[in-house]
Design a protein around this ligand. Structure first.
Ligand code: FAD
Length: 431
């Protein structure tokens, strides 16, 4: 028998909005809580930064967004929309017509989606969720929220909670090196990087291998004297990078010194002015009171059946948007449909024990293949299997193979230090 639930969605970024749309479509009563005064989450460029650029001060002011001023999407338009609400064709947009547009264009798309889907009407803005606690039953959740204007917390009961608070705000700072407390240079995490100007004529060390390290190193190299990339990876070839006049690759930083010297594990060293940490982000659900039902261990959120439902309280608590290295918008849409249809009783989840077995099998398989725990939610080679599982669950055809091929071809260039970022302009979307 069909069921309509009262559901709280936490966050009005892409995840919360698409979750809101699917829940409304299934006839649920929905409230989307959003601490900011607009939708879009990550895609709202915020020129402000945290008050402590490396996150040592526990009382620092934290800004949500991590975008730098020059950012363009690293996926092209066909990989940035939803199944029945695609990203607009360049000929149909008055704004940024590039295949890989800037954040304003993505935000325009998200705002139009929020309006057209009707979700905007159920968003409660400036409402930060500060506590989510389960009641006596699995389908009784107390959500407490607060606005900046009123100190008093408000409470409301819901049957289900969908967590969509994003995971690009709380960052990881590597315990890089001996001597970092006395090192005199500037340090900043990529979360707090906005423009290259502060690094003009400087010698900059960038730690990390991901998409941000690739993009930021190329941008900074245009104004900095030298850029030195440091990475733990054993696959790298140390030395000057082909195609760049002032970028070098090194092994990991080993130690740093009071005179500004930075020593790398491979024995090389230099005097640097700044270190930028492109070391990624951490999942964080400060409002969730959950003891062992779900917890975070070395950036693994678990146990979660298919990265979405904690088996013990499924389907009354769920998470949208944890997996990465995939076609994100389409995955968010499929996860949301699944949650909405499970809540409305259209789809049944396996029994709790079977969900736990499935999670344990994933962990076992990771151990056998040497995949580290902190990569639990990195889909990579498993993305098609995962997304097509969800598509089958919600009765949709599999994602077209060409989209995965497009994604895989791009990935090589996104993570290539040799590419100068020009792939975004050279890319032939039609092909
Ligand atoms: P977010 O966009 O972070 O939204 C979370 C929302 O929850 C925010 O609005 C926040 O204010 C709100 N919130 C948080 N806590 C609370 C609370 N306690 N109470 C109320 N509200 C709360 N993806 C792509 O597909 N293509 C790209 O090219 C791409 N580039 C990226 C570049 C960078 C630098 C980064 C950081 C990410 C990029 N991504 C890209 C991934 C991007 O995160 C996703 O596209 C998408 O924005 C994730 O949406 P989300 O809703 O899960 O999280």
């Amino acid at each position: 028998m069909s069921r309509a639930c009262k559901v709280a969605v936490i966050g009005a970024g892409v995840s919360g909005l698409v979750a809101g749309r699917e829940l409304l479509r299934e006839g649920h009563q929905v409230v989307v809580f959003e601490k900011a005064d607009r939708v879009g989450g990550t895609w709202v460029y915020d020129p402000r930064t945290d008050s402590d650029p490396v996150g040592l001060d526990p009382f620092r002011r934290v800004v949500h967004g991590s975008l730098y001023a020059s950012l363009r999407t690293n996926l092209p338009r066909p990989l940035m929309g939803f199944r029945d609400y695609p990203f607009p064709d360049p000929s149909k947009t008055p704004g940024d017509r590039r295949a890989f547009p800037g954040p304003e264009e993505v935000l325009r798309f998200i705002e139009a989606f929020a309006r057209d889907s009707g979700v905007l009407e159920v968003v409660r803005f400036r409402a930060e969720v500060v506590r989510v606690a389960m009641g006596r039953r699995n389908d009784e959740w107390m959500v407490e929220w607060q606005t900046e204007a009123e100190a008093e917390k408000k409470k409301e009961e819901f049957e289900a909670v969908v967590v969509c608070n994003g995971h690009h705000t709380e960052f990881r700072r590597l315990q890089v090196s001996v001597g970092i407390d006395r090192w005199p240079g500037k340090q900043v995490h990529s979360h707090n990087y906005r423009v290259p100007e502060p690094f003009r004529d400087q010698i900059v060390v960038i730690i990390g291998m991901g998409a941000s390290a690739c993009d930021i190193s190329k941008e900074i190299s245009k104004v900095a004297k030298e850029v030195h990339l440091a990475s733990r990876s054993t696959d790298i070839e140390a030395g000057k990078l082909d195609g760049h006049i002032n970028i070098w690759q090194h092994s990991m930083v080993d130690s740093v010194h009071e005179d500004g010297k930075v020593d790398f594990v491979d024995g090389s060293s230099l005097i640097a002015d700044a270190i930028i940490y492109c070391t990624g982000y951490k999942y964080n659900f400060p409002f969730l009171e959950m003891d062992d039902t779900v917890n975070i261990d070395d950036n693994r959120v678990g146990p979660l059946y298919k990265h979405v439902f904690p088996p013990r309280v499924a389907p009354w608590l769920s998470f949208v948007g944890l997996p990465y290295k995939t076609i994100i918008f389409r995955m968010l849409e499929l996860q949301s449909k699944w949650i909405a249809q499970v809540l409305s009783n259209k789809i049944a989840l396996p029994p709790e024990e079977d969900m736990i077995t499935s999670v344990n099998n994933l962990y076992l398989q990771m151990e056998e293949t040497g995949k580290p725990k902190h990569h639990t939610h990195s889909l990579g080679a498993d993305k098609a299997e995962y997304m097509n599982y969800l598509a089958a669950e919600v009765g949709e055809p599999p994602i077209e193979e060409w989209r995965f091929q497009m994604y895989d071809t791009l990935l090589e260039r996104i993570y290539s230090h040799h590419d100068d970022g020009g792939y975004r302009d050279e890319w032939d979307v039609d092909h």
